[in-house]
Design a protein around this ligand. Structure first.
Ligand SMILES: Nc1ncnc2c1ncn2[C@@H]1O[C@H](COP(=O)(O)OP(=O)(O)OP(=O)(O)O)[C@@H](O)[C@H]1O
Length: 236
Protein backbone atom coordinates (compact mmCIF):
# COMPACT_ATOMS: atom_id res chain seq x y z
CA UNK A 1 0.00 0.00 0.00
CA UNK A 2 1.30 3.47 -0.77
CA UNK A 3 0.67 6.37 1.54
CA UNK A 4 0.32 9.77 0.07
CA UNK A 5 -0.59 13.08 1.55
CA UNK A 6 -1.03 16.52 0.15
CA UNK A 7 2.03 18.73 0.15
CA UNK A 8 2.09 21.49 2.73
CA UNK A 9 2.88 24.12 0.10
CA UNK A 10 2.00 23.83 -3.56
CA UNK A 11 3.04 26.63 -5.90
CA UNK A 12 2.03 26.48 -9.56
CA UNK A 13 2.84 28.98 -12.30
CA UNK A 14 3.13 31.76 -9.75
CA UNK A 15 4.23 35.21 -10.85
CA UNK A 16 4.87 37.75 -8.10
CA UNK A 17 4.42 41.46 -8.68
CA UNK A 18 5.62 44.48 -6.73
CA UNK A 19 4.01 47.77 -7.75
CA UNK A 20 2.73 46.09 -10.92
CA UNK A 21 6.19 44.87 -11.97
CA UNK A 22 6.85 41.11 -12.13
CA UNK A 23 9.62 40.26 -9.66
CA UNK A 24 9.62 36.47 -10.01
CA UNK A 25 7.86 34.62 -12.82
CA UNK A 26 6.48 31.13 -13.40
CA UNK A 27 7.44 29.69 -10.02
CA UNK A 28 6.68 26.01 -9.41
CA UNK A 29 7.58 24.02 -6.32
CA UNK A 30 6.11 21.99 -3.51
CA UNK A 31 7.15 21.65 0.11
CA UNK A 32 6.22 18.53 2.03
CA UNK A 33 5.01 18.42 5.59
CA UNK A 34 8.00 18.56 7.90
CA UNK A 35 10.44 19.58 5.17
CA UNK A 36 13.33 22.03 5.60
CA UNK A 37 14.37 24.35 2.79
CA UNK A 38 16.61 27.39 2.47
CA UNK A 39 15.54 30.32 0.29
CA UNK A 40 18.54 32.17 -1.09
CA UNK A 41 19.22 34.88 -3.64
CA UNK A 42 20.90 38.25 -3.92
CA UNK A 43 19.44 41.27 -2.24
CA UNK A 44 16.36 42.41 -4.12
CA UNK A 45 15.95 39.05 -5.89
CA UNK A 46 12.49 38.47 -4.41
CA UNK A 47 12.92 36.25 -1.34
CA UNK A 48 10.79 38.38 0.96
CA UNK A 49 8.21 38.86 -1.76
CA UNK A 50 7.91 35.09 -2.16
CA UNK A 51 7.57 34.56 1.60
CA UNK A 52 5.01 37.37 1.84
CA UNK A 53 3.00 35.70 -0.91
CA UNK A 54 2.98 32.44 1.09
CA UNK A 55 1.67 34.13 4.23
CA UNK A 56 -0.80 36.24 2.24
CA UNK A 57 0.79 39.59 2.95
CA UNK A 58 1.28 40.14 -0.76
CA UNK A 59 -1.85 39.39 -2.79
CA UNK A 60 -1.75 36.49 -5.21
CA UNK A 61 -2.26 37.95 -8.69
CA UNK A 62 -1.17 35.18 -11.02
CA UNK A 63 -0.85 31.43 -10.54
CA UNK A 64 -2.04 28.99 -7.92
CA UNK A 65 -0.77 28.65 -4.36
CA UNK A 66 -1.98 26.36 -1.61
CA UNK A 67 -0.55 26.62 1.88
CA UNK A 68 -1.57 24.29 4.71
CA UNK A 69 -4.87 23.53 3.02
CA UNK A 70 -5.68 27.16 2.17
CA UNK A 71 -6.10 28.11 -1.47
CA UNK A 72 -4.59 31.59 -1.61
CA UNK A 73 -6.28 32.41 -4.90
CA UNK A 74 -9.67 32.93 -3.40
CA UNK A 75 -8.66 33.62 0.17
CA UNK A 76 -10.83 36.31 1.70
CA UNK A 77 -9.18 38.70 4.13
CA UNK A 78 -11.32 37.23 6.93
CA UNK A 79 -9.58 33.85 6.38
CA UNK A 80 -6.04 35.25 6.52
CA UNK A 81 -5.82 35.00 10.35
CA UNK A 82 -6.68 31.29 10.09
CA UNK A 83 -3.91 30.76 7.54
CA UNK A 84 -1.48 32.62 9.84
CA UNK A 85 -2.31 30.25 12.68
CA UNK A 86 -0.92 27.42 10.54
CA UNK A 87 2.24 29.42 9.89
CA UNK A 88 4.72 30.89 12.30
CA UNK A 89 6.51 33.92 10.89
CA UNK A 90 9.96 34.97 12.10
CA UNK A 91 11.68 38.17 10.94
CA UNK A 92 15.25 39.43 10.92
CA UNK A 93 14.42 42.30 13.28
CA UNK A 94 12.41 40.16 15.77
CA UNK A 95 9.41 42.54 15.72
CA UNK A 96 8.68 42.34 19.44
CA UNK A 97 6.75 45.06 21.26
CA UNK A 98 9.47 46.94 23.14
CA UNK A 99 7.07 48.34 25.74
CA UNK A 100 5.78 44.90 26.74
CA UNK A 101 7.46 42.11 28.66
CA UNK A 102 8.19 38.77 27.06
CA UNK A 103 5.08 37.35 28.73
CA UNK A 104 2.96 40.25 27.45
CA UNK A 105 4.37 39.84 23.94
CA UNK A 106 3.34 36.20 23.93
CA UNK A 107 -0.02 36.84 25.59
CA UNK A 108 -0.83 39.48 23.01
CA UNK A 109 -0.60 36.92 20.22
CA UNK A 110 -2.44 34.29 22.23
CA UNK A 111 -5.37 36.58 22.97
CA UNK A 112 -5.47 37.71 19.33
CA UNK A 113 -5.66 34.08 18.21
CA UNK A 114 -8.46 32.97 20.48
CA UNK A 115 -6.78 31.87 23.73
CA UNK A 116 -8.96 32.84 26.69
CA UNK A 117 -8.24 30.63 29.71
CA UNK A 118 -5.45 32.10 31.79
CA UNK A 119 -4.18 28.73 33.08
CA UNK A 120 -3.87 27.41 29.51
CA UNK A 121 -2.18 30.64 28.39
CA UNK A 122 0.34 30.35 31.22
CA UNK A 123 1.08 26.68 30.53
CA UNK A 124 1.52 27.19 26.80
CA UNK A 125 3.75 30.19 27.40
CA UNK A 126 5.96 28.16 29.75
CA UNK A 127 6.11 25.34 27.20
CA UNK A 128 7.14 27.49 24.24
CA UNK A 129 9.71 29.41 26.28
CA UNK A 130 11.21 26.11 27.46
CA UNK A 131 11.21 24.86 23.88
CA UNK A 132 13.35 27.81 22.75
CA UNK A 133 15.68 27.52 25.75
CA UNK A 134 14.39 30.52 27.73
CA UNK A 135 12.96 29.26 30.98
CA UNK A 136 13.22 32.26 33.24
CA UNK A 137 12.72 35.50 31.40
CA UNK A 138 8.98 36.14 31.01
CA UNK A 139 9.04 39.37 33.04
CA UNK A 140 11.92 40.94 31.13
CA UNK A 141 11.51 43.55 28.43
CA UNK A 142 13.05 42.99 24.99
CA UNK A 143 15.73 45.66 25.59
CA UNK A 144 16.92 43.64 28.60
CA UNK A 145 17.66 40.67 26.34
CA UNK A 146 20.48 39.91 23.89
CA UNK A 147 19.70 39.77 20.18
CA UNK A 148 19.79 35.98 20.25
CA UNK A 149 17.39 35.88 23.21
CA UNK A 150 15.03 38.31 21.46
CA UNK A 151 15.01 36.08 18.40
CA UNK A 152 14.25 33.09 20.64
CA UNK A 153 11.26 34.97 22.05
CA UNK A 154 10.12 35.74 18.50
CA UNK A 155 10.45 32.04 17.65
CA UNK A 156 8.50 31.11 20.81
CA UNK A 157 5.77 33.52 19.70
CA UNK A 158 5.74 31.90 16.24
CA UNK A 159 5.34 28.44 17.82
CA UNK A 160 2.38 29.27 20.07
CA UNK A 161 -0.30 27.81 17.84
CA UNK A 162 1.75 24.74 16.83
CA UNK A 163 2.14 25.83 13.22
CA UNK A 164 2.66 23.35 10.41
CA UNK A 165 5.45 25.56 9.07
CA UNK A 166 7.78 28.32 10.16
CA UNK A 167 8.49 30.96 7.55
CA UNK A 168 11.68 32.75 8.55
CA UNK A 169 12.95 35.82 6.70
CA UNK A 170 16.68 36.09 7.44
CA UNK A 171 16.25 35.12 11.08
CA UNK A 172 19.99 35.23 11.76
CA UNK A 173 20.65 38.40 9.76
CA UNK A 174 21.12 40.60 12.85
CA UNK A 175 23.13 38.12 14.89
CA UNK A 176 26.81 37.23 15.40
CA UNK A 177 27.98 33.97 13.80
CA UNK A 178 28.01 31.96 17.07
CA UNK A 179 24.60 33.23 18.08
CA UNK A 180 23.33 32.51 14.56
CA UNK A 181 24.52 28.94 14.88
CA UNK A 182 22.52 28.53 18.11
CA UNK A 183 19.40 29.97 16.51
CA UNK A 184 19.87 27.71 13.52
CA UNK A 185 20.19 24.68 15.81
CA UNK A 186 16.92 25.71 17.41
CA UNK A 187 15.26 25.74 13.98
CA UNK A 188 16.72 22.28 13.37
CA UNK A 189 15.23 21.00 16.65
CA UNK A 190 11.86 22.49 15.76
CA UNK A 191 12.09 20.89 12.32
CA UNK A 192 12.95 17.50 13.86
CA UNK A 193 9.78 17.69 15.88
CA UNK A 194 7.81 17.86 12.62
CA UNK A 195 7.41 21.55 11.75
CA UNK A 196 8.35 22.44 8.18
CA UNK A 197 10.73 25.37 7.79
CA UNK A 198 11.35 27.71 4.89
CA UNK A 199 14.24 30.00 5.78
CA UNK A 200 15.44 32.92 3.68
CA UNK A 201 19.09 33.63 4.32
CA UNK A 202 22.14 35.46 3.02
CA UNK A 203 24.41 33.37 5.21
CA UNK A 204 26.58 31.33 2.86
CA UNK A 205 28.35 29.54 5.68
CA UNK A 206 25.10 28.37 7.22
CA UNK A 207 23.89 26.92 3.93
CA UNK A 208 27.24 25.25 3.20
CA UNK A 209 27.49 23.80 6.68
CA UNK A 210 23.98 22.41 6.80
CA UNK A 211 23.12 20.80 3.47
CA UNK A 212 19.38 20.99 2.76
CA UNK A 213 17.06 21.68 -0.09
CA UNK A 214 17.62 25.13 -1.59
CA UNK A 215 15.28 27.38 -3.50
CA UNK A 216 17.20 30.18 -5.17
CA UNK A 217 15.78 33.41 -6.55
CA UNK A 218 17.83 34.36 -9.57
CA UNK A 219 17.13 36.58 -12.57
CA UNK A 220 13.40 36.52 -12.04
CA UNK A 221 13.12 32.74 -11.55
CA UNK A 222 13.15 30.34 -8.62
CA UNK A 223 15.62 27.48 -9.07
CA UNK A 224 14.99 24.36 -7.00
CA UNK A 225 17.93 22.20 -5.88
CA UNK A 226 15.65 19.16 -5.88
CA UNK A 227 15.34 19.54 -9.66
CA UNK A 228 18.63 21.10 -10.78
CA UNK A 229 22.11 21.80 -9.48
CA UNK A 230 22.63 25.06 -7.66
CA UNK A 231 26.08 26.61 -7.61
CA UNK A 232 26.73 27.37 -3.96
CA UNK A 233 29.80 29.45 -4.64
CA UNK A 234 27.86 32.04 -6.57
CA UNK A 235 26.96 35.04 -4.47
CA UNK A 236 23.62 35.42 -2.80
N1 LIG B 1 6.57 47.25 -1.06
C1 LIG B 1 7.23 47.29 -2.23
N2 LIG B 1 6.86 48.11 -3.22
C2 LIG B 1 7.50 48.12 -4.39
N3 LIG B 1 8.54 47.35 -4.69
C3 LIG B 1 8.97 46.50 -3.74
C4 LIG B 1 8.33 46.43 -2.47
N4 LIG B 1 8.97 45.49 -1.73
C5 LIG B 1 9.94 45.01 -2.51
N5 LIG B 1 9.96 45.61 -3.71
C6 LIG B 1 10.88 45.32 -4.81
O1 LIG B 1 10.74 43.96 -5.16
C7 LIG B 1 12.03 43.39 -5.44
C8 LIG B 1 12.24 42.18 -4.55
O2 LIG B 1 12.33 42.63 -3.20
P1 LIG B 1 12.40 41.61 -1.98
O3 LIG B 1 12.36 42.42 -0.73
O4 LIG B 1 11.39 40.56 -2.19
O5 LIG B 1 13.86 40.99 -2.21
P2 LIG B 1 14.77 40.15 -1.21
O6 LIG B 1 15.41 39.08 -2.04
O7 LIG B 1 14.00 39.72 -0.04
O8 LIG B 1 15.85 41.22 -0.79
P3 LIG B 1 16.74 41.30 0.56
O9 LIG B 1 17.65 40.13 0.52
O10 LIG B 1 17.46 42.60 0.40
O11 LIG B 1 15.78 41.30 1.72
C9 LIG B 1 13.05 44.51 -5.27
O12 LIG B 1 13.32 45.05 -6.53
C10 LIG B 1 12.33 45.50 -4.39
O13 LIG B 1 12.78 46.80 -4.66
Amino acid sequence: MTFSSDPLVKVENLTIFQSGIPILTDINFELEKGEFAFLVGRTGSGKSSLLKTLYADLPLKQGNVEVAGFNLKNLSSSKVPYLRRKLGIVFQDFQLFDDRTVAENLQFVMKATGWTESSKIKNRMTDVLMQVGLGSIPQKYPHQLSGGEQQRVAIARALINEPAMLVADEPTGNLDPEVSEGIFKLFQDINRSGTAILMATHDHNLVKKHPARILKCETGKVIDSSKEDIELNSSF
